[in-house]
Design a protein around this ligand. Structure first.
Ligand code: ZN
Length: 150
């Protein structure tokens, strides 16, 4: 288990160091701002929607390693997906990080998201991990107000 945990840690550190789809998205038709006052994570998520399809997604902002890695991994997973598929991923991720720490992890269902399974042992970090996801969800809903995890 500790080897696995180390591997997960490396994936998170890699996404933090080299975030994917980082920066403004020219041609975005949805944008949303998210803020996690507990930690100071602050980011913007940009979506380019074609109907119900996420053609492109980018994010920018600053925050802790968990929030940035989570945003980065999220962009790689939802790009090219439909709105319904993205919302389903949101639910899977949310269930994963908010479950009690001893809940078995369904790797087949979670895919790459499994690297964040360690977060649920650190309740303070759950909001860091979910910030980008809540922001993406609000952007999909076309919500105008910036979202805050408080
Ligand atoms: Zn954070």
């Amino acid at each position: 288990m500790s080897e696995l945990r180390e591997l997960y840690q490396q994936v998170i550190l890699d996404h933090n160091k080299k975030p994917r789809h980082f920066g403004k998205l020219e041609g975005a038709n949805r944008r949303q701002e998210g803020y996690n006052p507990l930690c100071g994570d602050h980011l913007h998520v940009y979506l380019q929607m074609a109907g119900d399809h996420i053609e492109d997604i980018r994010f920018e902002g600053s925050g802790c390693a968990i929030s940035k890695a989570s945003a980065s991994l999220m962009t790689t997973l939802v790009k090219g997906k439909s709105k319904a598929e993205a919302l389903e991923l949101f639910d899977h991720f949310h269930d994963l990080v908010t479950a009690p720490a001893d809940t078995p992890v369904d790797e087949a269902r979670l895919g790459k998201l499994v690297v964040f399974s360690g977060v649920r042992e650190f309740p303070m970090r759950v909001k860091c991990a979910t910030l980008a996801w809540h922001t993406m969800k609000a952007a999909l809903a076309g919500q105008d107000q910036p979202i805050s995890t408080e």
